[in-house]
Design a binder for this molecule. Structure first.
Ligand SMILES: Cc1cc2nc3c(=O)[nH]c(=O)nc-3n(C[C@H](O)[C@H](O)[C@H](O)COP(=O)(O)OP(=O)(O)OC[C@H]3O[C@@H](n4cnc5c(N)ncnc54)[C@H](O)[C@@H]3O)c2cc1C
Length: 349
């Protein structure tokens, strides 16, 4: 356990879009930055749909989400923040001199003047099938997220679920799968009307049915039994791949005990991302305020607001925001390098 260590200006909890952009922007403001992420890499919830095309991030051409993860990760590391992976932040203590001491699940402590909570939905785990022996197929043809569309090409794919993600995946997989069956335990789907209508055209939709048993060799599932939610009648469906999209559990863990004002939509913050705890700000999907935009673009804006408030918390005389990047001295040397690279190998500059 490490106790005595250097104090950071800001420690960001969570490495999703909000946390990554906060790390970049705080670096731009010359802050000493640490980012702690519970998983083993940056990207946050974007990893759940890394194969999907993203169109709605301002100024960027449509691209696969995995590309966006890569670019955001690179940008986050522009000013070399200290990155800590595979550590979930649990504890908070306020020391006599105002230092905030965070404690991670392995007992390590991290001292900081301010905290930006950017935990999205918390440490999310996909809701797994409660069917005996299901876990053994996770290595082969039982999927809780779709990582690689190519693997489903020409195959007989069964999707179980009725929410946005299930419907989206059905439409996406319809482009490559040989045959697509969607089962859902209710007759109604919770997704955009247009997406549901499209899914009904491209997939064999069976409702109200629930996954009941997986039949396989032990290595792969070959047949799935589904039961009718009302009559109990059982059907067997031959499959090559099974995708389960039953949502995920939202888990803020011990952050719930810090004394933050947390409602059913997230951590209540002011329009300036301030929580009710001094020095602690919240950004991205976990932050709840009026007219909140729960998109990647909204996460970026929250990150800027949170960093600027954190800066002011440390030094009340600090400017309200950073100098824009086009006129910011911090980029002078980097711009020279980029211009040189362009001269050596012309690109889009
Ligand atoms: C199916 C789906 C599709 C979407 N498509 C789009 C789209 O096309 N365009 C768009 O703009 N938005 C889209 N969104 C919304 C977008 O994904 C979110 O707005 C965005 O991910 C929010 O980023 P965030 O940084 O706030 O949280 P997250 O991305 O959820 O990241 C939070 C991070 O915090 C970490 N964490 C949590 N608790 C702790 C802890 N205690 N200690 C350490 N680390 C912790 C988590 O592991 C995670 O990495 C979509 C959302 C969904 C569900």
């Amino acid at each position: 356990m490490s106790e005595a260590h250097e104090r950071y200006d800001v420690t960001i909890i969570g490495g999703g879009p909000a946390g990554m952009y906060a790390a970049f922007y705080a670096g731009m403001r010359d802050m000493k930055v640490k980012l702690i992420e519970g998983k083993d890499c940056l990207g946050g919830f974007l990893h759940q749909y890394r194969e999907k095309m993203i169109w709605d991030v301002g100024g960027l051409p449509p691209m696969r989400c995995e590309q966006l993860i890569e670019w955001l990760s690179l940008q986050a590391q522009t000013f070399q923040p200290s990155l800590v992976f595979n550590r979930r932040v649990d504890g908070l203590e306020r020391l006599g001199d105002g230092t905030l001491r965070l404690r991670t699940d392995n007992g390590d402590t991290h001292d900081t003047q301010t905290v930006i909570v950017a935990v999205g939905r918390g440490i999310t785990e996909m809701t797994k099938l409660d069917i005996e022996g299901a876990e053994r197929y996770e290595l082969t043809n039982l999927h809780y997220t779709v990582q690689d569309l190519a693997r489903f090409r020409g195959k007989r794919v069964l999707i179980s679920g009725g929410g946005n993600s299930a419907v989206d995946w059905a439409n996406e997989l319809a482009e490559v799968a040989g045959e697509l069956i969607v089962v859902h335990r209710r007759d109604q789907f919770h997704a955009m009307e247009g997406s549901i209508a499209r899914m009904r055209k491209v997939a064999d939709v069976r409702t109200p049915y629930q996954l009941h048993k997986l039949h396989g060799s032990g290595e792969a599932i070959h047949v799935v039994s589904v039961v009718h939610a009302e009559s109990g009648a059982e059907e067997r469906i031959a499959v090559d791949e099974v995708v389960v999209s039953h949502g995920y559990a939202k888990d803020y863990g011990d952050l719930l005990h810090w004394g933050m004002d947390i409602g059913h939509k997230g951590i209540r913050v002011s329009q300036q991302t301030e929580t009710n705890l001094p020095g602690i700000f919240a950004a991205g999907d976990c932050a709840d305020y009026d007219n909140k935009v729960s998109l990647i673009a909204g996460a970026f804006t929250d990150a800027v607001l949170a960093v600027n408030r954190a800066m002011r918390y440390i030094n009340a005389d600090a400017p309200g925001m950073a100098y824009v990047s086009s006129h910011n001295e911090k980029f002078r040397q980097l711009n020279r390098q980029l211009t040189q690279q362009h001269e050596d190998a012309p690109s889009r500059l």
